[in-house]
Design a protein around this ligand. Structure first.
Ligand SMILES: *Cc1c(COP(=O)(O)O)cnc(C)c1O
Length: 395
């Protein structure tokens, strides 16, 4: 899965370009930088890949989500619908803006269920943030249809799904904005980094300003001459991180091809196992194929198979017990453990997260296992893995 598996001369060369100039900042220093604008180049490449009109690279996927939410006008008291199966960053970003995360059920795509959204929409709902989890897509056109009908902003958390698409259209381009993460374990890594894409000139302008203290970047070579049309923050990426990511992004097509090949070799071999069903993938051609996710009939059976897989050297994450990716273990959220007080009037509006009842999601996640697909597997590794998997189901 992760880009760190294929670090090489390309990354070193890009980083050396930056080190040789000593200019680690993405803006200005035009005389000294020897023509290198790594962040800018990364953004152009990301636009080419996704066909989005604009993109902006920033310091993390979490920063990308915060920036996109802010640029889309989401703020204090707004309700934002998110899934309970995601990385904690999705709800953290919503809370950090003073907005209120509202959890809605997932379906067998392991992403938000479009048919359940209307159950949680209220007059305060402002946006829906589906997460394209584990490399594959939500039923994104159906989610978009609900958003359009209800006048809600659609913002995609595609942090785990760079290179994925639905019917030929890149994930992240269905909503008003889409976000990616380029942290150290993602498909493409900058070390730390995140990206926002949008077709909206207005959203892009606000993204570009918000992530850099509100700078309008119109002051010319003197940054001090820039105006500050909005209040922002510092979510900038350094040129060193951007340089690593640029080399990685150039390898994306090759990464997806290998992941698809490795994933479907294993999936095909598992097709005849009686009690396994697979995650529903609305468009398998657009699967970035970082994980192979499958379901067992019961929680007990899932736990037993997980144990066998681990014993046989092919362990798979069991998200139901995972501290970071499923609501069940988010005690800090349920008890609202925070370092400072939220504004009290917002706090009064917060749902009681300790009493959420997401039966459909629970029923799915307690029966889900996900096998991470690696780029470095040889044909022999895959054959051995298949033998170990088969053994795990008959033990
Ligand atoms: C990784 C991830 C993020 C956050 O990205 P960082 O770059 O680590 O801040 C957000 N959402 C999802 C679904 C992720 O997997």
């Amino acid at each position: 899965m992760p880009g760190f598996e294929i670090f090489g001369d390309e990354e070193r060369k890009q980083v050396n370009d930056v080190l040789e100039t000593g200019v680690l900042f993405r803006y200005g220093f035009e005389g000294a930088r020897n023509g290198h604008f790594k962040a800018k180049e990364f953004e152009e490449k990301l636009c080419n890949i996704t066909k989005a009109a604009h993109s902006h690279l920033c310091s993390s996927g979490t920063a990308a989500l915060c920036t996109a939410l802010a640029a889309c006008g989401i703020g204090a008291g707004d309700e934002v619908i998110v899934p309970p199966f995601t990385f904690v960053a999705t709800f953290e970003a919503v809370l950090s803006l003073g907005a209120i995360p509202i959890f809605s059920e997932i379906d067998e795509t392991l992403c938000l269920d479009p048919d359940k959204l209307e159950d949680v929409i209220t007059p305060r709902t402002k946006a829906v943030v589906p997460v394209h989890m584990c490399g594959s897509m939500a039923r994104i056109t159906e989610i978009k249809a609900v958003c359009d009908k209800k006048g809600l902003i659609l913002l995609e958390d595609a942090c785990q799904s760079i290179g994925g698409s639905y019917q030929g259209k890149a994930l992240g381009t269905f909503g008003l904005a889409g976000c990616f993460s380029f942290d150290s374990v993602k498909t493409v890594t900058c070390g730390e980094g995140g990206g926002i894409i949008t077709d909206s000139n207005d959203v892009y302008q606000k993204v570009d300003q918000y992530a850099d203290h509100g700078h309008d970047h119109l002051g010319g070579p003197d940054r001090g001459a820039d105006g500050h049309p909005i209040i922002g923050t510092n979510f900038r990426i350094s040129e060193l991180n951007a340089a690593v990511g640029l080399a990685q992004l150039n390898k994306l097509e090759q990464i997806i091809e290998i992941q698809q090949k490795n994933k479907y070799a294993i999936k095909d071999a598992m097709a005849d196992i009686g009690d396994v069903t697979f995650r529903f993938i609305p468009d398998p051609k657009g699967d970035s194929a970082t994980f192979l996710s499958f379901f067992l009939p019961t929680e007990d059976r899932t736990r037993k198979v997980a144990e066998n897989l681990a014993q046989n050297g092919v362990g798979c994450p069991y998200w139901y017990d995972n501290n970071w990716h499923y609501l069940r273990k988010w005690d800090h959220l349920k008890q609202m453990q925070r370092s400072g007080k939220l504004r009290s009037e917002l706090y009064d509006n917060l749902p009681d997260y300790s009493n959420l009842n997401l039966k459909a999601s629970d029923y799915i996640i307690k029966r889900t296992l996900s096998m991470q697909i690696m780029l470095s597997w040889t044909k022999e590794d895959i054959d051995n893995r298949i033998v170990a998997i088969m053994k795990s189901f008959t033990q």
